[in-house]
Each structure stands twice: as C-alpha cells, then as structure tokens.
Write a protein of this length. Structure first.
Length: 68
C-alpha cells in the first residue's frame, strides 16, 4: 500500500476517495478508527492509501483535480 493523502478533513478525504474510485482505483482509509477513539481531536490524521501498482495513476488523478 502507498499513502497518497494525509488529512484530518473527512470531507476532503471522502472527495479524494471518490475521485480515485471514479477513476477505477481502489483505495482504503487508514487510521479512521484510531482517530475516532482518540476523540477526533485531530492528533492522528487519517491516511488514504492505494495499491503500490496504482500509486502513479492515483497521484496523477489527484494532481489533475488540483488535489496533489
């Protein structure tokens, strides 16, 4: 897995995930549970990850959307 985005902004992460899924790239949100357990105070950012084989394409999709 490769990390393509790190943020505490759930709306942005949801948008980025939608961009990737629309491009046919599978992605997973990491650290969501840990962040929720700590009270969602922003101490632990969430990470959006893709398969290693999809990393270059995912970064290109995010860059084209102005989100890199």
């Amino acid at each position: 897995m490769r990390i393509v985005a790190v943020s505490n902004d759930l709306v942005r992460l949801s948008f980025l995930g939608a961009l990737l899924r629309d491009a046919g790239i599978g992605c997973v949100l990491l650290d969501g549970h840990v962040s929720a357990v700590e009270g969602s105070i922003g101490a632990i950012p969430r990470r959006l990850a893709v398969a290693k084989a999809d990393e270059a394409r995912a970064l290109r999709v995010l860059a084209e959307a102005g989100e890199a």
